[in-house]
Write a protein that binds this ligand. Structure first.
Ligand SMILES: NC(=O)c1ccc[n+]([C@@H]2O[C@H](COP(=O)([O-])OP(=O)(O)OC[C@H]3O[C@@H](n4cnc5c(N)ncnc54)[C@H](OP(=O)(O)O)[C@@H]3O)[C@@H](O)[C@H]2O)c1
Length: 388
């Protein structure tokens, strides 16, 4: 190293006659990288080696410039490496594989549902009606079930008039029966099987909701909700199961609810029926796996349908109110598409809800004390707003 540089620091008071202890007046900004041209020739007020100090400053600045250039060069090299060598092709490869996977999945879903015999209960309104539309458009052979024959006929005409699909569609059959009437299910099953000779997918969608305090609710109301939401779907599933097992092919879908996983106050009968649904179909899944029969339980959050309007109250009368939560719920069209995707992908258990209700499911398991307090507070608020 230069001897003059190592000769030790000396106090610099001025450069070219300017007192450097004073702040310089603001001038045009210097290039922060290339400072050497701006470096004045120093006139040192004391000591020897004035030229050496100037040279040393130049050297220091040059070194710093070199360092900055080296860093920029390194950045450029890293970017080059990312874009030209490993990362970019790797990223593109991942995106490609993901897209290919999605495409294959879509093809599989389409192939699974094209020409499949799909039975949908509660097809006269809400989610069932939208499911009918998306499964029809996917090329499924539909058997539409409900209590209202006219509404089913109207839906059939609407489907026939729709041309929004490239896939070959099939004229749906309709079967009218009341799920809450145990005697009606045997006859309905025979009728359903007559339509196409077999059933590939049974979608247990029909359901009824309930609003009321447990203390005021009659046993008949509890039974009615359980008949529609639990005993009816269970009986229909059991009636169609032997033919699925025999063919070693079939898929049973239960449209449950997020209330099949968590219980909300003043919905006791409904939540109980959906908890029972979840439990029954979880057992079924395990029992029929060996026969290659699939079971999917779908638990939606609020959907914008007439469910709350059609709900029954503690005394059995119709509630008749579109709840704010239901009105703000997801569109049934969207949920129907999600149902189709879940069935096509043979999903086992699906929650179709917003973040908050989905988190509540985990809260119920991980922090039950907190969940119970929140529900008690909700019950207090609801009771207060009812009384006011
Ligand atoms: N909407 C929501 O916020 C929500 C949230 C989670 C889960 N779900 C579930 O989604 C499913 C569909 O409900 P939705 O929202 O579409 O309500 P919706 O518009 O009221 O539709 C209910 C359907 O079930 C049928 N049904 C009711 N009782 C029946 C019975 N005894 N026998 C035969 N069919 C009967 C109704 O037929 P009729 O026309 O003859 O009455 C109607 O087609 C239900 O299982 C419900 O629990 C809904």
């Amino acid at each position: 190293m230069d001897e003059r540089v190592t000769s030790g620091p000396e106090v610099i008071h001025s450069i070219e006659g300017v007192d450097i202890k004073q702040r310089p007046a603001r001038g045009p900004r210097m290039d922060p990288i290339n400072l050497v041209p701006y470096l004045p020739r120093a006139k040192w007020s004391t000591g020897p080696g004035d030229q050496g100090w100037h040279a040393m400053l130049c050297q220091v600045l040059e070194e710093s410039q070199k360092h900055t250039r080296r860093k920029s060069l390194l950045k450029v090299r890293v970017m080059d490496w990312i874009t030209s060598t490993a990362i970019l092709p790797l990223l593109l490869g991942c995106v490609g594989i993901f897209s290919l996977f999605k495409l294959l999945q879509q093809m599989r879903v389409k192939a699974y549902l094209r020409n499949a015999v799909v039975v949908i209960t509660g097809a006269t309104s809400g989610l069932g009606r939208e499911c009918a539309k998306v499964f029809y458009a996917a090329g499924a052979k539909l058997v539409l079930c409900g209590r209202n024959r006219e509404a089913l006929e109207e839906l059939t005409k609407e489907l026939a008039a729709s041309q929004a699909t490239k896939v070959q569609t099939h004229k749906p059959y309709t079967v009218t029966f009341d799920l809450a009437e145990p005697g009606a299910i045997v006859a309905a099953t025979a009728e359903i099987l007559q339509c196409f000779g077999y059933v590939d997918v049974l979608i247990n969608n029909a359901g009824i909701s309930y609003r009321g305090a447990i203390v005021d609710t009659t046993a008949d109301v509890d039974k009615r909700v359980m008949e529609t939401n639990y005993f009816g779907p269970v009986a229909l599933t059991k009636a169609l199961l032997p033919s699925m097992i025999k063919r070693r092919q079939g898929h049973v879908v239960a449209i449950s609810s997020i209330q099949g996983k968590i219980s909300i106050p003043f919905r006791s009968a409904y939540a109980a029926s959906k908890h029972a649904t979840q439990a029954f179909f979880d057992c079924l899944r395990a029992e029929v796996e060996q026969y290659e029969v699939e079971v999917t339980v779908i638990s939606p959050g609020y959907i914008h349908t007439s469910l709350s309007v059609n709900a029954i109250t503690a005394d059995g009368s119709t509630y008749g109110v579109m709840d704010e939560t239901t009105a703000q719920g997801r569109s049934p069209v969207e949920v129907a598409r999600d149902v189709l995707a879940a069935v096509g992908k043979k999903k086992k258990d699906v929650i179709l809800a917003d973040l908050l209700p989905s988190l509540a499911v985990y809260l119920r398991t991980l922090a039950p004390g907190l969940f119970f307090s929140l529900m008690a507070s909700r019950a207090r608020k609801e009771r207060k707003s009812k009384n006011s």
